[in-house]
Design a protein around this ligand. Sequence first.
Ligand code: PHE
Length: 349
Amino acid sequence: MSIFDELEGIHAEALQALETAASSAALDAWYTQYLGRKGAVTLQTRSIGKLSQEERPEFGKRINEIKQQLEAAYAAQSQALKAAELEAALMSDTIDITLPGRPVNPGHLHLTTQTLRQIYDIFGRMGFEVYEAPDVELETYNFDLLNIPDYHPARDMWDTFWIDQKQPAPDGRLLLRTHTSPGQMRVMRERYPEPIRVILPGKCYRYEQITARSEHQFYQVEGLAVGKHITMTDLIGTLTQFVNLFYGPGHKMRVRSSYFPFTEPSIEVDMDCILCGGAGCRVCKYTGWLEIAGAGMVHPVVLKNGGYDPDEWSGFAFGPGVERPAMMKYGISDIRLFYGNDLRFAQQF
Ligand code: PHE
């Protein structure tokens, strides 16, 4: 067989083999076999040496023609195969565009934050500005300046978390505030001699047993008004307005005499039970009333410590919680739920 015949034989064989290459892998193998660096067609170039000078150009030209033809056939086959494979993939992996998307869970404000904002809104409408005081407080602000000296038995009303300090700060010992009342002193000392109308929201901490009714951390919103002619009537009017805006109209409120070292006189504020309307039930322990805040007229000693002359100035203060009013409003029976991080609770509000 002449070298020319051999070349034509390979050509015919390659064309035939290409038709049976039914997958990308088979096609790759085919390419290596015929057109690769050691492929049958490529190797044919080596036979040129066996030919006479006259035959060589013709042979070279023919090899090139065959190569080009095979490359073109390969490209066409490869494209057809890819299209077929894609088609098959699309037919088997169907995408169901009617499947509904997964719901997005955007989250929302915690009930405590929502309640705080309701309270800001209500007092904001009455002209109270929000003032923030620190959680880590000096003993003097939390106690002494509020007319609760070290030896005073009233300190027992607030079981305290003390801050461990290697060296006590020059201004005295540090603690986690047990109530928001120390903020009163901070505002007074900053604002004197202006009249004051602020609320002081914040977290308070007490070294206490945790139960369904009490947490060792909770929010209070202190209120403080200082001016020239402020009376108990202003205090009661302000709180009545708060109760009606927070719980809805038509509620009754009453005050009882009480004791706090930093107010004189001191009162405890009650409202008619939100559940039974005053008839008596388990929530109000059959009294018909629920306690909502401690309050009173700012004690002259406290005014003086804040820089205000008690002969000229007077003021009122109140200190409701935040979680308990929310519990009453939304019928929540356990204060621990506020700090439990259970989404089933959080999502209800
Ligand atoms: N600070 C008091 C408490 O935590 C509440 C209070 C505030 C009472 C303001 C009177 C005036 O119990």
